[in-house]
Design a protein around this ligand. Structure first.
Ligand SMILES: CC(C)(COP(=O)(O)OP(=O)(O)OC[C@H]1O[C@@H](n2cnc3c(N)ncnc32)[C@H](O)[C@@H]1OP(=O)(O)O)[C@@H](O)C(=O)NCCC(=O)NCCS
Length: 180
């Protein structure tokens, strides 16, 4: 479990699955993904996240606002399963319910995840990726101090050619930058 000034990043519980499914069914939350998820797809995603955490010791933690919201989404570290010029890699990612947007929660939680990734897990670099139009997510990456080189932009191999979400931007945070 990780505590930040306002949040708890913790292991998933079975009672997170219902609010997770509600979040994944929200078309605003899923605007930059191919489609909202059904309950079954949401549960499968949670199971994959939990399995990854078991193996790696880190992952996309469930995020709680103590005293008010027991589950507002996930923030943390994962490894993409597809191949690209920058893989294998560890990625910092986030998905929050709309009620929790605009409060700096994603940035606060992601900062703690980056610290843990570098300090406890000794990672050399952490990346993040999204579609160019996802300005909220890109802003979080920029606030974290991540930087983008246009030469790193890539086409997501899991999406068909001509898919409007295929083009992605990549942001990087090299561990060496923390020492500078
Ligand atoms: C991306 C997401 C996690 C951001 O969460 P959040 O807690 O609101 O993020 P923060 O409050 O830390 O920062 C958001 C920043 O985006 C800015 N922002 C919000 N809407 C914006 C817009 N339309 N245009 C430009 N910037 C915008 C905010 O002003 C804020 O920056 P600031 O602190 O400089 O003002 C949340 O919007 C979300 O879950 N989106 C849906 C899922 C998703 O897209 N996940 C990422 C996939 S790569």
């Amino acid at each position: 479990m990780i505590r930040t000034a306002r949040l708890i990043l913790r292991a998933w519980r079975d009672d997170d699955l219902e609010p997770f499914a509600a979040m994944n069914a929200d078309s605003a939350v899923m605007e930059h993904f191919p489609k909202p998820l059904s309950r079954e797809e949401s549960d499968e995603t949670a199971a994959r996240i939990r399995a990854f955490m078991e193996v790696r010791g880190f992952g996309l933690w469930a995020v709680e606002v103590p005293g008010s919201l027991p589950f507002v989404g996930f923030v943390g570290l994962t490894s993409p399963l597809f191949e690209a010029p920058f893989t294998p890699c560890v990625e910092v990612g986030w998905r929050l319910a709309r009620v929790a947007w605009g409060l700096g929660y994603a940035t606060e939680a992601a900062r703690a995840a980056l610290d843990l990734g570098f300090d406890r897990f000794g990672l050399d670099e952490i990346v993040s990726m999204t579609v160019p139009r996802n300005v909220r997510s890109r802003r979080v990456m920029e606030k974290l101090g991540m930087t983008r080189e246009p030469a790193d932009d890539f086409d997501h191999p899991r999406l068909p050619e001509e898919h409007p979400l295929r083009r992605h931007v990549l942001y990087r945070f090299p561990g060496s930058r923390r020492l500078a």
